[in-house]
Design a protein. Structure first.
Length: 128
C-alpha cells in the first residue's frame, strides 16, 4: 500500500496526459488518467484522489461541470483547471465559484506545476 498522494489527470489529449503522469509519477505522485469527463468522474469516485487536474475543454463535457460535480462530493480535493486558451476574468471567476483551486495555461512548466500541487497539498495536510 502506497502513501503517495493520488492524482487524477482528465484530458482528451493522450500524449499530454501520459507525459504529465510520467513526470508527476517521478515527482512522487500516484498518477491515474481519464480521457473524458464521464471516465474522469467515475475514476474520481473510485480512487478518491487528493488532486484532480482537468482540461477545461473535453469532448463530452467541460472542466467547469466536472469541477462542480467533484466539489459537491469533496470539499478537500484539490481541483486544478487546465486550459489551452486565454480565459476571461469572468470564466476564471466562474471556475473559482464552482470550486477550482488553481488554473494553469498550456504550455506550462511541469516543475512549476509539481511545486504548486505540493504547496496546495501542504495546506491541506493534517497539523500535528
Amino acid at each position: 500500500m502506497t502513501n503517495l498522494p493520488k492524482l487524477l489527470i482528465i484530458d482528451d489529449d493522450a500524449h499530454l496526459r501520459e507525459s504529465l503522469a510520467e513526470v508527476l509519477d517521478l515527482d512522487g505522485f500516484e498518477c491515474h488518467q481519464a480521457g473524458d469527463a464521464k471516465d474522469g468522474i467515475a475514476a474520481a469516485q473510485a480512487l478518491e484522489p487528493q488532486v484532480v487536474i482537468m482540461d477545461i475543454q473535453l469532448p463530452d463535457s467541460s472542466g467547469f461541470q466536472i469541477c462542480q460535480e467533484l466539489r459537491k462530493r469533496s470539499k478537500t480535493v484539490i481541483l486544478i483547471m487546465m486550459t489551452g486558451r486565454f480565459l476571461s476574468s469572468e470564466e476564471k471567476k466562474q471556475g473559482f465559484e464552482l470550486g477550482a483551486d488553481e488554473y494553469i495555461t498550456k504550455p506550462f512548466d511541469l516543475a512549476e506545476l509539481s511545486a504548486r500541487i505540493k504547496q496546495l497539498l501542504s495546506r491541506n495536510a493534517p497539523r500535528g
